[in-house]
Ligand binder design. Structure first.
Ligand code: SF4
Length: 103
């Protein structure tokens, strides 16, 4: 299976709401998008599950998206960044394979 085929398959596992984050992550130009996409993938696109993640030993735990308060977790909250990245892309079809979207 080619990378593009694997990406298309993985894309379908993401909620349409978060496919833009995944699409940005696979381009390799945003580590924040990579972290957010990995956490969403880990939690089946359930942002509340990411926020409540109990795997304290995960290398991404301290930087995961959707943390609710700086007091409860180490580091500054980054919900605003995630909210912005979670906005659906206006000109994309949620179920359309990547290969067809790109050409
Ligand atoms: S921090 Fe939690 S949600 Fe994110 S990848 Fe690690 S275990 Fe999964």
């Amino acid at each position: 299976m080619t990378r593009e085929e694997q990406i298309d398959a993985r894309m379908l596992a993401f909620s349409p709401l978060y496919r833009g984050i995944y699409r940005k992550a696979i381009k390799g130009k945003s580590l924040r998008a990579c972290i957010n996409a990995q956490c969403l993938d880990c939690c089946a696109s359930q942002r509340d599950e990411v926020a409540l993640c109990t795997d304290l030993a995960c290398p991404l735990w301290a930087v995961r998206p959707y943390r609710r308060s700086a007091a409860a977790h180490a580091g500054p909250p980054n919900v605003a960044v995630c909210e912005k990245e979670a906005e659906p892309e206006p000109n994309t079809s949620p179920g359309l394979p990547l290969a067809k979207q790109n050409g």
